[in-house]
Design a protein around this ligand. Structure first.
Ligand SMILES: [Zn+2]
Length: 114
């Protein structure tokens, strides 16, 4: 886990603006809309089966959110994941850092725009 691109240096929760921002050790910043994060919760309940875990639906980060979500608390799990406590009571999703980095909406948008 020495890859700076998947090592977070800060996590900022902004419920007012409905986003979560991660700053990575390589200097990149990723801003995730909360709706997309909540809808992409990687836990077994939300994914349906283990084979769906780790798959993210990128389009959920770009919708006009029909629903607001708030984060009560986010905490690191070991050094590999972020556990998010949502205001709707859901808290079993472990968002792995490498997955979060790989679905960074800013990088995805850049790729789409090529
Ligand atoms: Zn879930």
């Amino acid at each position: 886990m020495n890859d700076p691109s998947t090592r977070p240096v800060s996590v900022e929760i902004d419920n007012k603006n409905q986003q979560l921002e991660i700053e990575w050790a390589d200097g990149h910043r990723s801003t995730f809309p909360l709706f997309g994060l909540r809808k992409n919760c990687p836990c077994v309940n939300c994914r349906g089966s283990h084979s769906e875990m780790g798959k993210y639906e990128m389009q959920l980060f770009f919708v006009d959110p029909p629903q607001r979500f708030e984060i009560l608390k986010a905490e690191a799990v070991g050094n590999h994941a972020l556990k998010i406590h949502w205001s709707d009571g859901h808290n079993s999703g472990m968002y792995r850092w490498d997955l979060l980095r790989s679905i960074c909406p800013q990088i995805y948008q850049m790729k789409e725009g090529e």
